[in-house]
Design a binder for this molecule. Sequence first.
Ligand code: HSE
Length: 437
Amino acid sequence: MKTINIGILGYGVVGAGVAKLLKTKQKLLESRINAVLNLKTIADIDTTTDRGIDLGTTDLVPDADKIISDPDIDIIVETIGGETFAKQFIFKALENKKHVVTANKALLAGFGNDLVKTARKNRVDLAFEASCGGCMPIIKTLRETLVANDIKSMSAILNGTCNYILTKISKEGLGFEEALKQAQELGFAEAEPSLDIDGFDTAHKLAILNSLAHGMEINLKDIHVEGIRNITPVDIEFAKSFGYTIKLLAIGKKHKNHVEARVHPTMIPETNPLSHVDKSMNAIAINADATGQTMLYGHGAGMMPTASAVLSDIADIARNIISGTNRRVPILGYPEENIKAIPILPMAQLYIRYYLRFEAQDNPGVLSKISGILGENNISIESVHQKGKKHNGKVPVVMIVHKAKEEWVQKALKEISKIDSVVGNPVIIRIEEIDQG
Ligand code: HSE
């Protein structure tokens, strides 16, 4: 049986999970792959902390170069994260003609196009199933399983931290800070929490998924990103009363010559399965032309679910190696020469249905001023809701408006916030019905 040598860069939670699977599932992996997956070396600056894994003959070294320059190592797994050392090591590994497996969504979203070019030039694979949605096989699904489909839209919950916080506020009445603290204690929040709660982690993942879905260059910079910091229990209560749930959604839609890509808190109907994806779970609904709606659901983070996804990449590459091939499936699902720079539509151009909330002094004429400004900006009101107790003379006024151009809505909100009786900035939450195919 052929032996395939593997090196892991970064012996943190995910790196340790990968080592654990390679060690404890050796027999299962051999029987499925027909090769020995030998974990030859792990590199990490911390070589002393006990991770509770019997490494046997595997070397644990402080120097990444021991792996990157080892001629016997076939596959390098990068589980360091971040964009400094990880970036430098992956580029060097690809140049050294090593196949690379990574879970590093930030790096792929920012430098994926260059990484793909480097892998192509060196005729090696770059695999990243663990970068989006943890153990959900979303990369393989888009890249291989749905090969005969045009992907019409994707709606996804891709950040466990945000989903956990929103679930806790919604179901247990917890405050934002308390819910964030719990998420961090459970270990799925990023070290820098703003990556999660301001929506960037979700945007990184959407940039990768869009590319695979549509054969487009990875484009992070044009994705509209809003996080969940401004979501309050008041909005969650209003949403519930309308039969909606608030989720941080990644939305990707294909139009004729461009793509729509946005990340923001979204009201979705309680009847949609995504609204029942709670706590740290992730899910994606893909609407494709041949399949109709397909959904994946699973743990989006955590040691073993993420390691499971890494192992699926290792297995693919190992199977390629033993059958004497490589790069059998193109990295982004399309041969590099067929990848296009498909533009992402500016948010201002999109037509969306909105929930708008204003804090207003309970003075005569406020409502008519607000609705007047909306009307002048071409925005048609679907319903108006005013409930709850007056607090310091203020009441929340909620309006649901019919689909309108984002540009008009933003302009109207600026004008409304200048009305004397309107306090603070209006809250805007977009509403999506989500095509259930
Ligand atoms: N911080 C991410 C999350 C981890 O909360 O989902 C997985 O990418």
